[in-house]
Design a protein around this ligand. Structure first.
Ligand code: PLP
Length: 385
């Protein structure tokens, strides 16, 4: 059966060019980059090259990049670093729509005596900047706000927040896992202190990420061990994946504009046709300020999980805003924070596109989804008729 993969905010296919450059690191160049011999030393040199490429995609200096195992580790490291570096401060600020990598870390810290403020969003998923500003106190150590939301694609005013925090003695961390490769990110223009990114969202392998740490930012490592990453993250490097992350960043940087024009066109066609063909469907999030490849659509009176199962029967891979946790179907915390009504929050589906999607993929979905929704609505106890 045909597979139409439109779940790229969950993970992406490794780019063929990435796969090609990483393969030799499993068989030919398997040396340890920390070794004294040149067999390992060559690998260390290649990691340096990869670091330059990762730095380039955000216009950072290579020394400001620390490789990690994933976006989650980068987020956890950033927040814990501030907590450990300025232990006298006991307040942190995040948003109500952060990824669990930040949200659950914030909640965990409340059990350790940290006060947590979660800034609300409006019904379009836009951040309440006044609330953020008013929440700042002398006790605030870190503000962590995502660059773009993984569920709705809504882009946050990171530049404004950076400006707002400039005169304050507060570390600004941003989770840019969904933004990298999709929108321009320039840390020389936008004054973030720390920034997280992840390989598997940009066609690199799973299990590799990076944390940008602006020069001069106080840092306390999360992983303590050897001297790797100049003592900022112990543990033998995931060499092949780091090389892959470097290549993926190079590709994303070189093709950012043209690729995203194409992806946006496909996303817009998918969205427009769905809204046209399916009554009582609506887009969640600020449609004027979104990632180019993401659309989150609610189909009223149906369950997202049922839609996903039926899409799956046609080989269409998307995701729902709901997560099945401990046997109960919990609607997405992001959509709940946006106040999406009960009739719509359960029937939300996220379609997220990548460079590998084609017009045929979009037509394939458009032809099948109205029938799926009609069938489910006929069966639905929530159906308004
Ligand atoms: N932050 C955001 C916004 C994400 O979308 C994700 C993954 O979905 C993560 C963090 C976690 O990244 P990783 O899967 O690399 O741990």
């Amino acid at each position: 059966m045909k597979t139409v993969y439109v779940d790229n905010n969950a993970t992406t296919r490794v780019d063929d060019a990435v796969l090609k450059v990483i393969t030799p690191y499993f068989s030919d160049y398997y040396g340890n980059p920390s070794s004294m011999h040149s067999f390992g030393g060559q690998v260390g040199h290649d990691i340096r090259k990869a670091r330059e490429k990762v730095a380039a995609i955000i216009n950072a200096d290579p020394e400001e990049i620390v490789f990690t195992s994933c976006g989650t580790e980068s987020d956890n490291t950033a927040i814990m670093s501030v907590i450990n570096s300025v232990p006298q401060k006991k307040h942190i600020i995040i948003t109500r729509v952060e990824h669990p990598a930040v949200k659950n870390m914030g909640e965990y810290l409340t059990k350790k005596g940290i006060r947590l403020t979660s800034v609300p969003v409006d019904n379009m998923g836009r951040l309440d900047l006044d609330y953020l500003y008013d929440s700042l106190t002398d006790d605030t150590s870190v503000v962590s706000v995502m660059w773009a939301n993984n569920e709705t694609g809504v882009i946050f005013p990171v530049e404004e927040i950076a400006g707002m925090l400039k005169e304050k003695n507060v570390v600004f961390h941003t989770d840019a896992v969904q933004a990298i490769g999709k929108v321009p990110v320039d840390v020389k223009k936008i004054n973030v202190d720390m920034l997280s990114l992840s390989g598997h969202k940009i066609h690199a392998p799973k299990g590799v990420g990076a944390l940008y740490i602006r020069r001069g930012t106080r840092f306390s490592p999360f992983m303590v061990g050897g001297h790797q990453e100049t003592g900022r993250r112990g543990g033998t490097e995931n060499v092949a994946s780091i090389i892959g992350l470097g290549k993926a960043c190079e590709l994303a940087k070189n093709h950012l504009e043209d690729e995203n024009i194409k992806i946006k066109k496909l996303r817009d066609r998918l969205e427009t046709e769905i809204l046209k063909r399916i009554p009582e469907s609506l887009v969640n999030g600020d449609i004027n300020n979104r990632l180019p490849g993401t659309t989150n659509i609610s189909f009223k009176y149906v369950e997202g999980e049922a839609i996903l199962l039926m899409l799956n029967e046609y080989g269409i891979c998307a995701s729902s805003g709901s997560a099945c946790t401990s046997g109960s179907l919990e609607p997405s915390h992001v959509l709940r924070a946006m106040g999406v009504p009960y009739t719509a929050v359960h029937g939300s589906i996220r379609f997220s596109l990548s460079r590998y999607n084609t017009e045929d993929d979009i037509e394939y979905i458009i032809e099948r989804i109205p029938g799926i929704i009609n069938r489910l609505r006929d069966m639905s106890p929530f159906n308004k008729e």
